[in-house]
Design a binder for this molecule. Structure first.
Ligand code: BDR
Ligand code: CA
Length: 313
């Protein structure tokens, strides 16, 4: 089978970095056509820098990396240095990237790529706020029916929120963009906190990364060590949640995940619950299903896959 063609839209972020590494470690199943960066965990200049550092860490300076939107559609940017550190990629000490940033805007790259490939062959993998994706869909509505799928990390139902009591970070930062993406009629797979808070880097799993003994294994151990302190203090959890790698793992091994095809709407007006993903998990409305909202993960299977693939880099 031909590898699945994807564009990773991202705001690295240590967990974004691991998601990218997992994709680049799996070329027989995934072809990364490009990485598009967005403002999120840290401002755009840093996410565009960090994405290139991750490509170089993986030995893939040939992957085109694009900078996209530097702020949400209708709100001021909210960042998450309190989780990811000042650079967004605190933990390992990685060299400044040598590979260039592409001159094309990320949104134009997304539009051109989808238009120039046969319908149904491109999957978008958003790992940050949905600003680039919503902007591409608004500017070029013809790309929506041409997409194979959008597989994204964002939202929560049972876990409710992490940046506010009601909202998950990626959706909260740009709720209007999220609303546009969830209404676009594109097949959607959503990895919410309900799943990603079960993908925890325990001490044992961290040791497995480190014991790979490679620059990638050691960097991943250092990254997850850095950002676990936040979740340990806040939730008392066993280690860092690998939010974004759930997206890549789904492309590689969808059987590791289960969920429900339900209606999901985004709160865009109430300040109190801004960015909440109102998932009709119990199907109590007649609103049409627009997303496969995941709820469960086989965490041992996920970490086995991740460690085994990272060993290849
Ligand atoms: C999401 O927000 C970011 O901090 C992470 O990279 C992830 O994409 C989790 O809420
Ligand atoms: Ca992210």
């Amino acid at each position: 089978m031909q590898p699945r063609k994807i564009i990773i839209d991202t705001d690295p972020g240590q967990d974004d970095a691991v998601a990218i590494l997992l994709a680049l470690a799996s070329p027989e199943q995934i072809e990364v056509l490009g990485i598009t960066c967005v403002a999120g965990n840290v401002p755009l200049a840093l996410t565009a820098r960090n994405a290139r550092m991750v490509c170089e860490l993986a030995g893939r300076p040939d992957i085109p990396v694009f900078a996209g939107c530097d702020r949400p559609l209708g709100r001021a940017l909210v960042t998450a240095e309190h989780v990811h550190g000042k650079t967004g990629l605190d933990g390992p000490s990685l060299p400044e990237p040598q590979m260039p940033l592409q001159s094309q805007h990320a949104v134009d790259f997304i539009i051109d790529t989808v238009r120039s490939h046969p319908p149904g062959t491109i999957t978008l993998c958003p790992l940050g706020p949905l600003t680039n994706i919503a902007t591409a869909l608004a500017r070029a509505p013809d790309i929506a029916p041409r997409l194979q799928e959008i597989v994204l990390m964002g939202g929560a139902y049972f876990e409710v929120g992490n940046i506010t009591p009601a909202a998950e970070f990626n959706i909260y930062v740009d709720p209007q963009a999220a609303q546009a993406v969830f209404a676009a009629g594109v097949p959607l797979v959503v990895m919410p906190l309900d799943v990603t808070h079960k993908a925890l880097v325990t001490a044992e799993r961290n040791a497995a990364f480190r014991n790979l003994g490679t620059p990638v294994g050691i960097a991943v151990a250092q990254m997850t060590e850095f950002f676990e302190r936040y979740d340990r203090e806040k939730y008392g959890s066993l280690g860092a949640p690998l939010h974004d790698p759930c997206v890549t793992a789904y492309l590689l091994a969808p059987h590791l995940f289960s969920g429900r095809h339900v209606n999901v709407e985004i709160e865009t007006t109430s300040e109190l619950t801004m960015g909440m993903t109102v998932a009709d998990w119990w199907r109590v409305t007649d609103r049409p299903a627009n997303a496969t909202f995941m709820g469960q993960i086989d965490a041992d299977g996920f970490f086995a896959l991740l460690t085994q693939r990272l060993a290849r880099l």
